[in-house]
Design a binder for this molecule. Sequence first.
Ligand SMILES: [Zn+2]
Length: 267
Amino acid sequence: MSSRFVPSVAPAVEGDALWIGIRGMDVLVRDLGDHDELPTAAEAEALGIAPVRSLYLGELDGVPCRSAELPEGHEPPPGMAFRTLRDLYGRLDEHLWTLAGRAAQLVEWDRTHIHCGRCGALTEHAAGERARRCTVCGHAAFPRLSPAVIVRVTRGDEILLARAVRFPGRLYSVLAGFVEPGESLEECVARELEEEVGIQVTDIAYFASQPWPFPHSLMIGFTATWVSGDLRIEEAELVDARWFTRENLPDLPGRLSIARKLIDDWL
Ligand SMILES: [Zn+2]
């Protein structure tokens, strides 16, 4: 079932809210054994949970949603657990998981912008928009989002996959990199491939995008076709990069990621 989230900074509908408790970047859920559920605001209140700060997030299929920032040492009540977003994937319905990622990012932004980045005075929530505004100089801070491109490069019936320094085990994936200020997404794709593996590509085409709350990225997927260049890896970033055929694929990223969707689409 498709579901629709409408972001908002102030409640537009009545009723008990879905409640997303966040400690650090971890999410408080009701542990039902083989899956998890999000509690409601009334349930959290009945448990006596007192958040440090709370944000109104918007409505998911007409149901109001709130985040609640919990203190560092907060222990989960009986029957509940704190989970990382990665561990939570597959244990919550996907639209609820996306909501939890949204909540974690906004809580992190709220917590780290209590003071003005320009003059250091206290900030407060701006009326009617998702911003914290300085009470002295008026400087506004908006939630941070870091766009990154991720690109599937093919050459004939081969796909380019690389092993990043930080990858576990024998995992290979498509290449990704953060967008620089002043750069278009297509320029970023071309630069990353040139820098990381020394190749040139053509037919750079948009594929799909995915919010990636680790901690606040937006992954923008592209496909591209190899034109020239032999693989030459940037050793600070990569351990290996190779052309693979469908018959000899290495370990691939989990189904959670747009990286896997790019690879599965090619398969
Ligand atoms: Zn200020």
